[in-house]
Structures are given as structure tokens and as C-alpha cells.
Design a binder for this molecule. Sequence first.
Ligand code: GLA
Length: 459
Amino acid sequence: MDDHIVLQKISDLPQNLIAKYDLLSEKFEKNFDQKPEFFARAPGRVNIIGEHIDYCGYSVLPMAIEHDIIIAASLNNNYDLIVTNYEEKYNNFKSKTNQIEINKDKPNWFDYFLSGHKGILDKFNLEYSKGLNICVWGCVPKSAGLSSSSALVVCSALTTLYANKLELSKSDLAETCAMAERYVGTQGGGMDQAISCLGQTGSAKLIDFNPLRVHNINLPEGSQFVITNSCVEANKAATNQFNTRVAECRIATQILAKSQGLNWRKIKKPIDLQKSLNSSLSELIELIDLVLHKEPYSMDEVCRILETTQQELILNSLTQNTSNLKEFQLYARLMHVFSEAKRVYDFRDACLLESSAAFEAMGQLMNQSHESCRALYDCSCEELDELTQICRESGAYGSRLTGAGWGGCAVSLIPKDKIDSFFKSVKERYYDKNDRLKALFSESVFSTKPSSGINIIIL
Ligand code: GLA
């Protein structure tokens, strides 16, 4: 794979994009009284299938979208880090580059910038960066499951990297950013940063982790993905639901590991268990049925089974904001993980079928994935269930929530020739329900195609 960060001249961009960069430049000049020296760009993503399994070690299948974050930057000689936003409603940030404090509990928008920045300093063991003047502009819908926060983390890291004349491959940058985003709270798995860095025009990606590997998935001719925003805000850092799922998967895996005579303390992710047992995903699904019960587990019960103390469990298996959990859903969560991991490979294989069979199979897998997110992983919400159902009834082969869930967007696979009637039907049935949704329709429903990952734009 091409793993080099590409520098592109602004004059080589299409005219409509140049206009966008000109506007950002103007704003930058207003804020800093000088022109930007360069721009960095990082896209959002839509995950087509493979939800909540990257942090379990399993492969996922997203594509980068055209919506991106762009940062205009110049250097200053005072070691100041001054972060501003194109939109005035976002407040500015200023500190010395070696005095950054990230608000993990209640992140502000610029804390995502700071995480990316700190990620690069830590990676290169640097105490401070060159001074930076920054203006951020973004069109990735916020709190919508399209990874606006990771795009900002990646874009910030890319800016810091380039400004300090440091070098990393795109894969290394993606891994650095995946770690860095944890400074803001959630224990994500690396998909968002990987696709933002390694996305490519024209092809979705199958992403493997540990080591990070990216494979092209050529979607069958005539496939069209449409994104529909439920307009329910999905802010994964605002609650502990996300990290609770991470903890539940870990504990469920450790109980299975113990039942098979393995040292459970060494098994952190479902994939570690699979590798240790050398089992297929189907065999692991059978094992869940044999070992775990469907009712929730109490902390006491988990400790009893693992023959450990609460303190040790907290240390080994829980995270900062999950140490107070009283109950764990183990059966359902792990069942989702193994079955979803299998669906990703089935989806990859379905893409190779002849087109109408391919669409049917891909659509079915997307529907099954949504159902599993709803019923087993409990990461959907009523509005997403309703919206995906409307999308199916409006002609989609398949429709599912995308991203962390609990609100945000759905992604649907649509026959190209049904796009107009699909938009019309979804508008009438979901968005025309009230004035708020009516007003949001035009920005909430759009077709998307695989787009390119990060780059630096020079003048
Ligand atoms: C968020 C995380 C990702 C992934 C998805 C769910 O976007 O950042 O790493 O876990 O949720 O699939």
C-alpha cells in the first residue's frame, strides 16, 4: 500500500476546492495578520460493516468520505499554540506548546486538537513543538457517527508533524493518533484514524489491526451508499456507554479464557482468545453458548468465576470511567463481536459475487449487523431503528447504523437507479415529521463514495 503522506500543490486542486481553501485563508489572515504557510486535511469516514469490533482486534470495513477537516497553519517563534476555528461560535485556545492540558472529563472542541498535537510530541519524545498558529475548518457532521473527532485528532497530528519537519508513514501516524485520541476519554480501536489516514478514492478498505494492514475492497459496479442522519446527537465521550462495552467484551473474553484453562490475565481482547485457542469464529460462538449465561453478571459473580478480587479486576479489566460498574452484559456483547467479525469477511466475499447477488448478500449482512447492534450490543436507539427500517422500505438492499451508535447516522446500500425515489420516500417518512427534521433534511441525507485519506496542501 502507498504509505507516504502526499504533498499536493493548492493550484492542482479542483476549482471548487480552491475556493474553500481561499475562504479559510482569509479567515486565517483575519485571525493572525498573515497568510497560512500550509494546510493539512483529514477526512471523516463511514463504516460500512464491522461495528464495535476494532477494539476487540477484528477487521472492519469502512471508507473515507468527502467531508473533511482542514487546518490552515503557520509557525510562530514564541512556542505559542494558538488554536482558532473558522466558525466563530467555537472559542479559541492559547498556551505554550509544552504546557498543554487536556480536559478528559469534559472535552472542549480544541481538546481533540490538543490530543493529536500531544500524540506527536509523545511519539517523538519531544517536550515542546514549534509555535503554531492554527485555524480549523470542518464539514464532517458533528456527533453523527462519521468520525469528526478522529478527523480533527488526525488533522492536528498531521499539522504538528509537518510543521516540526518530522516524518511518519501514514500507518504509523494512524496508530499514533489511535493512541492519542485516548487522551480525550474513549477506548476506541483505531478504525477511524486508520481510514482517515489510509483512505483512497474509489475503494473501501478492509482494515486489519496488530499489525495494521489495509486491503482494497472494490465495491461492485452500481453500488451506491447513502448516509442518513437520524439527527439524534451521538457523543460517545459524553457518557460511559462506549467504555462499558469495551470492558464487557474484555471480561466476557477473560471468563471464556479461564473456562478453557488459559491464563485469563494475559487475554485482553477477543482476538487474543481466538489466537490462543486457535478456533474459528463459529467455534467461539458455540463456546459462548456453553460457558456464558444470558442474564447480566454482577461484579461479585465475575470475581468469583475469575477467582480474583474487585481491586484486581479493576486493575486488569476495567478502565478509568468503568471502575464503578455494578453489572455486566457478557453473553450478548461477545455474541455480537464474534458474529459481526464473521459478517465482515462474509461482506468482503459478497463483493466478489455477480452484481445482483452481491447486492442482495451485502444488504442482508448490513441488516443483520444493525439487528445485532440493536438487540445484542444495545448501541442503537429508537430513531435509528425507525430510520433504517424506512430506508429498507424505501428501496435499500440493506441499512444499518454506522459508527459508535446511540444516535448519529445510518448507511444504506441503494440500487443506483432508485436514488431519487429513495430520497423522496425517506424525506416524506422520516424528515417531514416535524419542523426541526424538515429543516435538517438537506444536510442530513447524502450519497457518498470512497474518498481519499489525509494530505498536506502547500501553496
Ligand atoms: C468509534 C470508535 C471506533 C469504533 C467505532 C464503533 O467510532 O472510535 O474505534 O470502535 O466507534 O465501531
